[in-house]
Design a protein around this ligand. Sequence first.
Ligand code: RB5
Length: 146
Amino acid sequence: MKLAIGSDHAGLRLKEEILQVLNEMDLEIDDVGCHCDDSVDYPDYAIPVANKVASGEADKGILICGTGIGMSISANKIKGIRCALVHDVFSAKATRAHNDSNILAMGERIVGPGLAAEIVKAWLGTEYEGGRHARRVEKMMAIEEQ
Ligand code: RB5
């Protein structure tokens, strides 16, 4: 599986922690940045990750900023993206199983690295259930055609 990941300066440290977790998994990782402490703008990293996922260049994405909010709002502007802002393990599993989320957003100022690692493992390890959820996901995605 190919996974695209990005952060702004406020999410850089947590991204580095997450990359250590991801490097132990059987994944191809595409880190779009940022790569230093300079103040940057979260859409400049959210949009490349979202475009990679939307085009199929990446299977899933992870975005991290201070709160995860700017990243999630930006990513969800891209057609085909279902970016979930998650700060607990239950929601990480539920959003894969029910919403078929294709990008996970988190905030470095909200979660510590230990919980973030568990969230990432739960999110990547949970399959979409389809079934009754498929109708709801289809309705959600149909909004993009309005
Ligand atoms: C940067 O200060 C901060 O605004 C950003 O990382 C994010 O939290 C925005 O949603």
